[in-house]
Design a protein around this ligand. Structure first.
Ligand code: HMG
Length: 303
């Protein structure tokens, strides 16, 4: 078994992590979180989304957040854009990458973006073309690649079908997302293998929610297939408003601990990352969801 020697992490905490928070998180707090993540060594940060503020009120400050970030060279700042309206609004914020987001499940596509899978691809196509013409990178998030809150198990063929559609409209790389965290290593591997029919390993990332406590196992299973891009959320923040009961992404701190323990480089300073997790957890008024964060904070206190 040959594992990757280096892994790239995209922290999606400011977007996926905070989009579902009931309390208002001021733009200044989101900006400070992004600053702390980049100071900790994150080279890719998913900052916000340009979606309907009626659907996701927490992301309504998208322009303010993007404008407030003191950008570091070498860091990629991405934003979600579901349609041309979102893309046109996002352009002013100069994102390095835009993300179109579809689903392998018809029901989830309807609940999340109010259209079928086929209609979503029709909406994404001009967004992708406009982004590429403007020199902006394009990622495609694929939700519900192993399970759906409305349809149950999702067959790998449906993941392959969506990946093929994404490839067909020019999406450059895709995320294989276990939106509700029901996957286990073999089901996640099957979803990735179905994606590999359309995208190579350089262009696939794993995005695992931790609802059933499987996300680290699933990360290892993806590493075993050679995947070396992963998304995670500082302090394990998050959940999708249209996936009731699903918890946050796997905590970035826990993934970094796993990888460093296996001798896999990330370029991330775990201590600084834990401080970033503590910062946002303090603001939200609850303990971090990161097991590693909790353990190392306790260790600091008892030192
Ligand atoms: C996609 C839409 C907009 C379609 O929503 P719609 O209602 O079908 O759109 P519409 O074109 O009919 O427009 C309806 C209203 O929305 C406005 N509108 C239309 N588009 C935009 C836009 N881009 N930005 C701002 N406003 C917009 C539009 O102007 C109009 O306003 P009104 O005339 O009623 O005042 C809607 O369904 C929506 O915003 N959904 C939110 C989806 C979302 O953000 N979900 C969470 C992110 S996905 C996720 O978390 C999963 C992921 C990526 O992390 C991976 C995983 O784990 O699975």
């Amino acid at each position: 078994m040959t594992l990757p020697t280096h892994v790239k992490l995209i922290d999606v905490g400011p977007r996926d992590g905070l989009q579902n928070e009931k309390q208002t998180v001021p733009a200044a707090v989101k900006i400070e979180l992004v600053h702390r993540l980049q100071d900790a060594g994150l080279k890719e940060i998913e900052v916000t989304s340009f979606v309907s503020p009626k659907w996701v009120p927490q992301m309504a400050d998208n322009l303010e957040v993007m404008a407030g970030i003191a950008r570091q060279s070498g860091v990629r700042y991405s934003v979600l854009t579901p349609n041309m309206k979102g893309f046109e609004a996002a352009l002013a914020s100069k994102p390095d990458e835009i993300v179109v987001f579809g689903a392998a499940s018809e029901a989830f596509s309807q609940k999340n973006i109010n259209c079928s899978i086929a209609e979503s691809i029709e909406r994404f196509a001009p967004v992708v073309a406009a982004a590429l013409a403007a020199g902006i990178n394009v990622r495609g998030a694929m939700s519900c690649t192993v399970g759906c809150p409305y349809e149950g198990d999702i067959a790998p063929e449906r993941v392959g079908y969506l990946a093929g559609l994404m490839k067909g409209i020019g999406v450059q790389r895709v995320d294989v997302a276990d939106t509700i965290g029901v996957g286990t290593p073999l089901s996640v591997q099957r979803a990735i293998e179905a994606t590999l029919a359309h995208f190579d390993l350089n262009h696939i990332s794993g995005h695992f929610h931790d609802t059933y406590g499987q996300a680290l196992s699933n990360t290892l299973a993806a590493l075993q297939l050679g995947v070396f891009n992963f998304q995670s959320s500082v302090a394990g923040l998050g959940g999708c408003p249209y996936a009731k009961g699903a918890t946050g992404n796997v905590a970035t701190e826990d993934v970094v601990y796993l990888l460093h323990g296996m001798g896999i480089a990330t370029g991330i300073d775990l201590d600084k990352l834990i401080d970033a997790g503590q910062f946002i957890s303090d603001f939200l008024g609850r303990p971090t969801n990161s097991r590693v964060g909790k353990a190392l904070l306790n260790k600091r206190l008892s030192a």
